[in-house]
Design a protein around this ligand. Structure first.
Ligand code: FES
Length: 176
């Protein structure tokens, strides 16, 4: 008589398989429940967003996404601030002074969506074409925005929009 371990019968194997599937199935069924208990994607997208500005040096820009839209944050240099101010708003298609568009002169914060047909203008990366006014250029149909995000040339009817935000301390903003 041999002392070999018993091979599971075909019937036992089916039970084992069914048991394993039941465990995996229970785990998979728990996933939607866990997801349902957390904030929904819509709630997360609509929530206020805090941004730490301290790592952004003068002349640099970053893009964050909030409510499904790119938000351009630019730390302007003294020269850029002077250029943004040195414009008579009465000469603009969408007349706004620079001071109406910023909370602090050094920080321009705008929604990075072209007001023509909704493309994302270029100008955030150092190598990007920034248009004739040194801000952003929308290559879809050729709109040029200045360093205050104001439309200066091309078909866009309005300036880049300024989102709702506040400074919560020296280096941090809260969007929304
Ligand atoms: S979408 Fe920007 S110029 Fe048309």
């Amino acid at each position: 008589m041999t002392d070999r371990p018993k091979q599971p019968s075909r019937r036992n194997f089916l039970f084992l398989t069914a048991g394993a599937m039941g465990t995996v199935g229970a785990g998979m069924a728990a996933l939607p429940l866990i997801r349902a208990m957390g904030p929904s994607r819509t709630e997360r997208a609509a929530a206020p967003l805090e941004v730490d500005l301290s790592p952004i040096a003068p002349g640099q820009a970053i893009t964050v996404f909030w409510r499904g839209k790119p938000i351009f944050i630019r730390h302007r240099t003294e020269e850029e601030i002077a250029r943004a101010r040195d414009v008579d708003p009465a000469t603009l298609r969408d007349p706004q002074s620079d001071s109406e568009r910023v909370h602090k002169d050094a920080w321009l914060i705008v929604i990075g969506v072209c007001t023509h047909f909704g493309c994302i203008p270029r100008g955030q990366k150092p190598a990007d074409r920034k248009g004739d006014y040194g801000g952003w250029f929308c290559s879809c149909h050729g709109s040029h925005f200045d360093i205050s995000g104001r439309i200066r040339k091309g078909p866009a009817p309005k300036n880049l929009s300024v989102p709702d935000y506040v400074f919560i301390d020296e280096d941090r903003i809260k969007l929304g």
